[in-house]
Design a protein around this ligand. Structure first.
Ligand SMILES: Nc1ncnc2c1ncn2[C@@H]1O[C@H](COP(=O)(O)OP(=O)(O)OP(=O)(O)O)[C@@H](O)[C@H]1O
Length: 321
């Protein structure tokens, strides 16, 4: 658990972070979003004490960060940045094993951990263990960066624009993989991004910052339903807010029981989103879909009427998946 209480950071006369309070529960994914220079990276770096805060208190697992030895603190917190920060003259395997070696793990344990993480992140050991960073694509280097951050099995992972330098397709792929890893590992993640779609896709808790302070925070769906400020509304996509909300809402939570009429021909898996349902209706020129489970067995139906109804803020439900 991470708790920031009335935290500020001044650089001379500049208030980079101004009296922010934030509670991040254990195992949750928190995304910090906002325009350039609003204090996102400073907030992140105060958590692992790369930057010391000027005021307020930052608590990790019940203890103020100020009470930890900064070097030991950083070894137990994973940290991933945009340009990986890999050592260029070290192989992939050596880069990933850095922190376990510093923690004096045995070489057998380091090697086992490195191999486990490489396969978890889709980097076949035989192909990549002995490569150097300059021999990797941007996406592969970023995977190595994530593996290195996870090597000592930290409870907390800080990620500063980790996918910011990647092309959109690689970026989306790594977002999917991070979501998959998080569903298995349940780390407490603090993730900085400029990209609202990335934040909406990954976060349990979304924090919108401007000029050093927090404008609004909550679940992605609650912010989409009730932005409290024109700045938040425009960051959330203005007119496209309804579509983003539909993208976060699962068919299974809003389908109706099978009706007495013949099932619709078009079928949608229950795990898909209402946005995918809407797209399928447009493609198939229909206002009704049969919802199927993972074995392709019909379990309900989804109607256009229901999607439109769910898009109303009063009717929407907060996402729990
Ligand atoms: N070491 C420093 N010395 C002086 N000012 C700094 C320092 N680091 C950051 N700042 C200032 O603090 C403010 C917040 O910077 P920060 O890097 O946290 O913003 P950010 O939201 O992460 O920006 P970006 O999205 O562009 O990375 C900016 O005005 C920046 O110029």
């Amino acid at each position: 658990m991470i708790e920031l209480s009335h935290v500020s950071k001044r650089f001379g006369d500049v208030a980079a972070v101004d009296d922010i309070s934030l509670h991040i529960e254990k195992g949750k994914f928190c995304a910090l979003v906002g325009t350039s220079g609003c204090g996102k990276s400073t907030t992140l770096r105060m958590i692992n004490r790369l930057i010391e805060h000027s005021d307020g208190e930052i608590i990790l697992d019940g203890h103020p960060v100020a009470a930890y030895d900064p070097v030991k603190l950083r070894r137990r917190i994973g940290y991933v940045i945009q340009h990986t920060g890999l050592f260029p003259h070290w192989t992939v395997a050596r880069n990933i094993g850095l922190v376990p070696r510093l923690l004096k793990w045995s070489s057998a344990d380091v090697q086992a951990k490195v191999e486990e993480l490489m396969s978890l992140l889709g980097l076949p050991v035989g192909e990549f263990a002995h490569k150097y960073p300059h021999q990797l694509s941007g996406g592969q280097a970023q995977r190595v960066g994530v593996a290195r951050a996870l090597a000592a099995d930290p409870d907390i992972l800080l990620m500063d624009e980790p996918f910011g330098a990647l092309d959109p397709i690689t970026r989306e792929k790594l977002q999917d993989e991070l979501a998959r890893l998080q569903s298995q590992m349940h780390k407490t993640v603090v993730f900085v991004t400029h990209d609202m779609d990335e934040a909406l896709r990954l976060a349990d808790h979304l924090v919108v910052m401007r000029d050093g302070y927090i404008v609004q925070q909550g679940t992605p769906l609650s912010l989409l339903q009730h932005p409290n400020d024109p700045f938040v509304e425009s960051l959330l996509g203005g007119l496209e807010r309804g579509l983003k909300q539909a993208a976060l809402t699962r068919v299974k939570d809003h389908m109706s029981p099978m009706g007495p009429t013949l099932p619709a021909q078009s079928r949608i898996p229950a795990a898909f989103s209402l946005l995918q349902g809407l797209s399928m209706m447009l493609r198939d020129h229909t206002d009704r879909l049969t919802v199927v489970d993972q074995h392709d067995v019909p379990v309900g139906e989804l109607t256009l009427r229901k999607i439109v109804k769910e898009a109303q803020p009063e009717q929407g439900k907060v996402r729990e998946s």
